[in-house]
Design a protein around this ligand. Structure first.
Ligand SMILES: Cc1ncc(COP(=O)(O)O)c(C=O)c1O
Length: 378
């Protein structure tokens, strides 16, 4: 049996998504900027995809922009705001962002912006009082990871958005892990920009979205043709636009069943570890609506994470240590450091991310194998 428990890194393209995309790879291949019938037909497909996405997320279709991935969306959001709003010089983000955000704000720091990094508590929730203290008339944007990719913490966006509104600061959310895994109603959230990536919810890699609220002053990241309302150039990736639309529609409609099942699986996993007297810490919040469904980030006492992943991989169970980008590094990730895991646990922190296609049989096999490995290593 081969078990894929790394769904936070990426997911497989679903059959429905693949089937929906197929015609646009082969027969309906026209360029949407062409003025002949093949082009006009494809232009209509993009327009209707954008409308469908806007309906699913509760926003206007003119506020949805197609990009190549979550990293591009976040780069565009932050650099685009920085380049278009030269009168403000401060950015607030958190210590537990994905590198897409951290490396972008570091680049902006080199250009002269002052960046503040909010602390988080032991479960990864940001310090709202610190945000209230730091935010001021010179703050251009607050950029927050809605659901953390390593430890699954879901932030309280309503409170964050109230704080941003009071000082007319833009609010950008990295919702790459959150989308389809928690409900997102843009009008209710009251945010200005949202980054989304298709490959986290069964669309292919290479397609993302950026929501940009009407009235936002933002500069282009990619210059060229007039695509995406003159703001994001490049011939549109129509098959993938169709794919992300289909995946979003399926994901949002399945949310409740998905969440309940994955939370049950995650709780079962934890209970089994307890029953077997394994010494561990669940990093991030307890399994609840405050934690990404299916995310289990667990630290084991006095062990080495690379030993555990080696034996798990030998048993054909695929997991990751830290975030995917950190999986070759022995250094504990910046997220695990920020939540202050005790030293005797930090070297063996493993992320098991259960997904929509994980079966109970696979889960049972994984837990039993893990317990045997831990007993052998102790
Ligand atoms: C929270 C978060 N933000 C951004 C990204 C980057 O997305 P992409 O892989 O589409 O560039 C990831 C990917 O792991 C992520 O988990």
């Amino acid at each position: 049996m081969e078990v894929y428990l790394d769904n936070a890194s990426t997911t497989q393209v679903s059959k429905e998504v693949f089937e929906a995309m197929k015609p646009y790879l082969v027969s309906e291949f026209g360029n949407p900027s062409s003025l002949h019938n093949k082009g006009i037909r494809i232009r209509k497909v993009i327009n209707s995809s954008r409308k469908q996405i806007a309906q699913l997320l509760n926003c206007d279709d003119k506020e949805i922009y197609f990009t190549s991935c979550g990293t591009e969306s976040t780069n565009w959001a932050l650099k685009g705001l920085a380049f278009a709003n030269k009168t403000k010089g401060e950015i607030i983000t958190t210590k537990i962002e994905h590198h897409a955000t951290l490396h972008t704000v570091q680049f902006l720091e080199e250009l002269g912006f002052t960046v503040h990094y909010l602390d988080v508590d032991k479960q990864g929730f940001i310090n709202l009082d610190q945000l209230r203290l730091l935010i001021n008339d010179n703050t251009l944007v607050v950029s927050i990871i809605l659901a953390n990719n390593e430890i699954g913490t879901i932030q309280n966006v309503k409170e964050i958005s109230k704080i941003c509104e009071s000082s007319s600061t833009y609010l950008h959310l990295d919702a790459v892990q959150a989308i389809t895994h928690i409900p997102i109603n843009i009008k209710e959230l009251n945010v200005d920009l949202i980054s989304i990536s298709g490959h986290k919810f069964h669309a292919p890699k290479g397609i993302g979205l950026l929501y940009i609220k009407k009235g936002t002053h933002i500069a282009n990241l990619i210059h060229g043709g007039q695509q995406e309302n003159n703001l994001r150039s490049g011939t549109e990736n129509v098959p993938y636009i169709v794919g992300i639309t289909k995946a979003l529609s399926i994901g949002i409609n399945k949310y409740k069943e998905y969440k309940d099942r994955l939370n049950k699986y995650a709780q079962y996993f934890i209970d089994k570890l307890k029953e077997n007297n394994i010494d561990f810490i669940l990093n991030g919040p307890q399994i609840s609506d405050n934690r990404l469904p299916g995310n289990l980030n667990i630290s084991f006492k006095d062990l080495d994470g690379s030993d555990i992943t080696f034996y798990l991989n030998k048993a054909r169970i695929m997991v990751s240590t830290g975030s995917a980008c950190d999986s070759t590094s022995i250094e504990p990730s910046h997220v695990l450091k920020a939540i202050n895991i005790p030293n005797d646990y930090i070297n063996a922190s493993i992320r098991f991310s259960i997904g929509e296609y994980t079966t109970f049989e696979e889960l049972e096999y994984s837990i039993n194998s893990l317990i045997n490995i831990l007993n052998d290593l102790s």
